[in-house]
Design a protein around this ligand. Structure first.
Ligand SMILES: Nc1nc2c(ncn2[C@@H]2O[C@H](COP(=O)(O)OP(=O)(O)O)[C@@H](O)[C@H]2O)c(=O)[nH]1
Ligand SMILES: [Mg+2]
Length: 451
């Protein structure tokens, strides 16, 4: 599998600390030349692995760039499972940049986003679920999401997936025995069916609570939609307590989706403000509107903003038809200057606010929380934390259901074994034993350089 990634034998380098000034800057390198390059730069031996040393860091002309601490790791006992080094210098923009350049001058190549973690994966140090967990630790915005991520880095979900994998391999070997030695040894179909049922049971528990793990990790999504000029952008800014979106009285001001993140009563939300939905000939606006509709269809909760100065209009009806099946709250805005409000439903899903003055905002927040509570407070917690994980597990579940149907339908066991094999191969995709470069690009593109 390692060949797949091409340049795994070269040495990569990156600044691992965030851009800007800080007390300490860290430059790290991984690959076969990392020790040689660093020893050349500090003009002394790294010595014992994992032991920090002090020295001058020189450029190729012999000028001292900085006084540094440095450490070396020997494969496979490093983050990437390759030979690695780290240099701790003073945290200036120029000094870290110069140290990086000295590594490049001596043969290292600049690392791409997430390439260190990608190597850890390609070298078999971590599976894909753990790689995702590392990203989640970096991006965690709540105690709960951090906890889930750490659990998964420690192998929680990977362990559960391996347990299902083992169950299926056992089933498969029972089927093989029946196929190969059917005349002498026949494992009863009921026994095989029972094993498959167990695996399905185990899996459905994971799936039943998966949404909660995903919501905790990625945030609950909230889309603000409505016709132009009803105050969607004003509402976004009000909720974010900052001026994120441009507000004007010109309809069609917001062209693209604008996102922001907030916490409401401790829950992490990703809110998107969208282009006002209306019929238009403007090409750019049209694209914005398509995006708005997509955003609404994917959101956990939709805030459907209406104008309290005009009441319910034909344009609103057009939008209502689009979002009818979404989990939406009707938000009547501009109550400070209008009273033509009506009611979209009798189940209390209408809220009356003024985005300008902030009136009614608390009631709106309460309503939002009421809607998302079922998504995140169902008691049990699953360690499924990404849509990717969920999708693979769903497919595994479908294959197993098919296997069970084939068993009870009296089909030959070799047909059943095809379903089990398909389920196993899906689990391999989930763990990353079976992967494509595109998939890896997708996952690791979200990492920062140096991770
Ligand atoms: N009086 C009043 N004006 C508002 C309110 N919310 C927004 N507006 C005004 O309505 C116009 C359109 O607002 P904007 O947020 O850009 O609407 P959008 O097109 O839906 O994003 C601007 O002039 C806002 O100042 C409100 O609650 N009360
Ligand atoms: Mg707007």
């Amino acid at each position: 599998m390692i060949e797949n990634d091409g340049n795994i034998r070269d040495t990569i380098v990156a600044i691992a600390t965030p851009p800007g000034v800080g007390a300490i800057g860290i430059v790290r390198a991984s690959g076969p030349d990392s020790w040689r390059i660093l020893e050349d730069c500090v003009r002394k031996s790294i010595g014992i692995e994992r032991k920090v040393r002090y020295g001058n860091f020189y450029d190729t002309e012999g000028n001292v760039i900085d006084e540094v601490l440095f450490v070396g790791f020997k494969a496979p006992r490093s983050y990437t499972a390759e030979d690695m080094v780290e240099v701790y210098c003073h945290g200036g923009v120029l000094v870290t940049q110069k140290i990086l350049e000295e590594f490049v001058k001596r043969g290292a190549r600049l690392a791409k986003n997430g390439e260190f973690t990608r190597r850890a994966f390609l070298n078999g140090k971590i599976d894909l679920i753990k790689a995702e967990a590392i990203l989640q630790i970096i991006e965690a915005k709540s105690e709960e999401s951090l906890k889930l991520a750490i659990d998964n880095l420690k192998g929680k979900l990977s362990g559960e997936v391996s347990a299902i994998r083992k169950m299926l391999i056992d089933v498969l070997s029972k089927i093989e025995v029946t196929i190969d030695y059917g005349d002498d040894i026949e494992i009863p179909r009921e026994e095989i069916a029972h094993d498959v049922e167990n695996a399905i049971q185990f899996l459905s528990e994971k799936l039943a609570h998966a949404d909660k793990g995903i919501h905790i990790t990625t945030g609950v999504t909230l889309a603000i939609v409505g016709k132009p000029n009803v105050g969607k952008s004003t509402l976004l800014n009000r909720l974010l307590v900052e001026d994120r979106a441009i507000v004007t009285d010109i309809p069609g001001t917001t062209r693209d989706v604008i996102k922001g993140e907030i916490k409401i009563r401790g829950i992490h939300f990703v809110i998107s403000d969208t282009a006002g939905i209306r019929e238009t000939e403007d090409v750019v606006e049209k694209i914005g509107i398509e995006r708005a509709i997509r955003e609404a269809s994917q959101a956990d909760v939709v805030l459907f903003v209406l104008d309290a100065t005009t009441g319910f209009t034909k344009e609103d009806e057009y939008i209502l038809n689009i979002i009818r099946d979404s989990n939406f709250i009707a938000v009547w805005n501009k109550t400070d200057i209008g009273d033509k409000v009506s009611k979209l439903s009798d189940n209390g899903s209408d809220v009356y606010i003024s985005a300008s003055t902030g009136e009614g905002l608390r009631t709106l927040e309460d309503k939002i929380i009421e809607r998302v509570r079922p998504l995140i407070e169902d008691g049990q917690l699953s360690h499924v934390t990404t849509r990717r994980q969920l999708e693979h597990l769903r497919i595994v579940y479908q294959h197993l259901k098919k296997a069970l149907e084939a068993l009870s339908g009296g089909y030959p066991v070799d047909i059943v074994s095809i379903d089990i094999r398909n389920a196993l191969s899906e689990l391999d995709k989930l763990l990353g034993t079976n992967f494509t470069d595109d998939l890896l690009d997708n996952i690791f593109a979200n990492f920062c350089v140096g991770k």
